[in-house]
Design a protein around this ligand. Structure first.
Ligand SMILES: [Zn+2]
Length: 605
């Protein structure tokens, strides 16, 4: 890797850490720090703290810490160099990398730029081109106005083989790298989408990364006589990962954070319909099922997740996985009960209020699944009731919590008019069956346990960190009895930034020191410090440093055969000066003791 230290520092200082983190997590200003829910562990009250000036974050819950680069590494699962590139892209910094590392990054930039241009091109065609009239008419018939088309950057891919590739002069490499086109068998460039409405897909930082295309309802069969797929989406590319993308998140983020709720739909038009129905907190998965990565993203924004699928698909979601993610990410999954045969887009168009009420009265996922069984129950015969009970108990058994299962068991017994005592053992049996119990136990990060650090040393580090100029030269490394604190102090004395010191400590294997420094750097610190306070801290540190050394001297004396009068006199002398530290001659004693301490240190070395 060949990104220079100077460029890394440049990327760090160009990246506002609060702006960066808010792309993933809601942060609120508290005092001089920013606080939010930790994206790295599940929690309900915020213990994630960000220091904007130092560009550092720290979690008081799971003790993760880091800077802009580590944050993006963790969030996007990148290595160090990749993370620096992402941030450099974001900040518009051109890195002078060597040729070995450069191309992939340059490609990404090229692809993003091309995607952005393509989205604008499609959009312009929809708004202005005569051949898009059918598309505009269709949108209008669905209640999608020009204003809405602009808001969501909708587009039109004309009914031509290579209109996009030609107009933007996209190279074969860019066509394939973005998924916007390909080189066909006749060795000609060809667009991936033609005669389709375009729904551009943006990442949460508002960069276009892919497009989805929908045929118009009256679309003819394609020239080869095949019926075309209703939707056709960009493939996975270097700039687009389906399982990490939620369509609409870039627009919905603010309202999701404000409301604490996120609505998950199946299609682009459902998302747009929710926005139009006054629910601007909807997202959709893009051509893939709702998965673990999606939960990982969503839980950073809201705790209440409402699935707004058409009735059949909602019931088919993999229950075991949903329960597992609910638990692992501490979110609650609800299902909106839409009238049979309707999806959010259709319902919003027909009766917007009904959609809003279906969302607000959504039921827990387990209840939704149980209701489906119970609603269909045949209660007239004993055999019918038994069959339905078996089906309901199987649904129940999928839930990992016995407390939850028990609550719902009552409902089942009531609904089917069966005896609770006979149902309970059957649930246990089903739960015991490994097939019914496909729940993986999650592994939360273990908070690291560390010894408490001596107070005066910590105060000294805080002062060195927050008021480096005021306390310069007041502290010396020998004052620090605690080795971890001494390492940190030495690091800070080099004048490097906190992030550089943390990196350095980690490279030295001083992870403990790196952790402590990370924590200190986001520490709330709004007290005023006076000269007297600093003196008091110095006196306390000196006292413990000198006392520690005196103990060594005494031990040496005890272990030696001689009676070294000089040493004993020195000890007495030092002890007197230690007492003077708190008296009117404190500063004299301080200077003496400091000299003594340094002399001892020099001898020891
Ligand atoms: Zn945490």
């Amino acid at each position: 890797m060949a990104i220079s230290e100077a460029e890394i520092a440049q990327v760090r200082s160009a990246t506002d850490i609060v702006a960066l983190i808010t792309e993933y997590v809601a942060l609120k200003k508290v005092g001089r720090r920013w606080q939010g829910l930790c994206p790295f562990h599940a929690e309900k009250s915020p213990s994630f703290s960000v220091n904007a000036e130092e560009g550092r974050y720290y979690c008081f819950g799971c003790r993760v810490s880091g800077d802009q680069i580590t944050f993006i590494r963790e969030m996007q699962h990148l290595d160090f160099v990749e993370a620096v590139r992402v941030l450099a892209d974001r900040a518009g910094i051109v890195l002078h990398e060597d040729d070995a590392a450069g191309p992939a990054r340059k490609d990404r930039q090229e692809f993003l730029a091309a995607m952005n241009k393509a989205v604008e091109w499609y959009h312009d065609r929809l708004l202005n081109s005569p051949d898009a009239r059918r598309a505009r008419d269709y949108l209008r018939s669905r209640g999608i106005s020009g204003e809405v088309a602009r808001q969501f950057h909708l587009g039109w891919a004309p009914d031509e083989w290579d209109a996009l590739a030609k107009s933007l002069d996209l190279s074969p490499k860019v066509l394939e790298g973005t998924g916007l086109g390909f080189v066909n068998k006749r060795d000609r460039r060809q667009d991936a989408l033609r005669a389709r409405l375009i729904f551009p897909i943006f990442d949460s930082a508002n960069k276009a990364i892919a497009v989805g295309g929908r045929i118009l309802p009256d679309a003819p069969e394609d020239p080869d006589g095949y019926r075309q797929a209703k939707y056709k989406n960009s493939p996975e590319t270097p700039i687009y990962s389906k399982r990490r993308t939620l369509y609409g998140l870039n627009w919905a983020k603010d309202d999701i954070i404000k409301s604490g709720e996120i609505i998950v739909c199946e299609g682009y038009t459902d998302v747009i319909a929710c926005f139009q129905a006054g629910l601007p907190r909807a997202v959709a998965t893009c051509g893939t099922a709702l998965g673990e990565e999606h939960f990982r993203i969503m839980r950073n924004f809201a705790k209440r997740i409402v699935l707004a699928y058409d009735a059949d698909s909602a019931g088919q979601s993999a229950a075991a996985s949903v329960y597992q993610w609910e638990r692992q990410h501490e979110v609650d999954v609800f299902v909106a009960k839409l009238p049979k045969g309707s999806d959010p887009a259709e319902l919003a168009h027909r009766e917007p209020a009904a959609l809003a009420s279906a969302i607000s009265s959504a039921v827990p996922f387990l209840q939704f699944r149980l209701d489906r069984v119970l609603d269909a129950a045949n209660l007239t015969t004993a055999e019918g009731r038994a069959r339905n009970a078996e089906a309901a108990l199987r649904v129940l058994a999928e839930h990992p919590s016995d407390l939850v299962r028990d609550q719902y068991l009552l409902k089942v017994a009531d609904a089917l008019r069966l005896d609770l005592a006979t149902l309970r053992p059957r649930v246990s049996e089903l739960v015991g069956n490994p097939q019914a119990k496909a729940v993986v136990v999650d592994r939360p990060r273990q908070p690291r346990v560390s010894e408490p650090l001596p107070r005066p040393g910590l105060e000294a580090l805080r002062l060195s960190l927050h008021f480096p100029h005021d306390v310069k030269d007041r502290f010396i490394a020998e004052y620090f009895v605690n080795e971890v604190q001494r390492e940190i102090f030495l690091g800070l004395s080099t004048g490097q930034s906190v992030s550089e010191v943390v990196d350095h400590l980690r490279r030295q294997g001083e992870d403990g020191a790196a952790d402590v420094l990370s924590e200190l750097s986001v520490d709330e610190f709004d007290r005023e410090y006076t000269v007297d306070d600093v003196t008091a801290v110095v006196a306390q540190m000196l006292r413990s440093a000198v006392t520690a050394q005196l103990r060594d001297v005494e031990r040496e004396l005890r272990n030696s055969e001689m009676t070294p009068d000089v040493a004993i006199a020195t000890i007495r002398d030092v002890k007197e000066r230690l007492e003077m530290l708190d008296g009117p001659q404190g500063s004299v004693a301080e200077a003496d003791l400091r000299a003594w301490l340094l002399a001892r240190w020099a001898n020891r070395a």
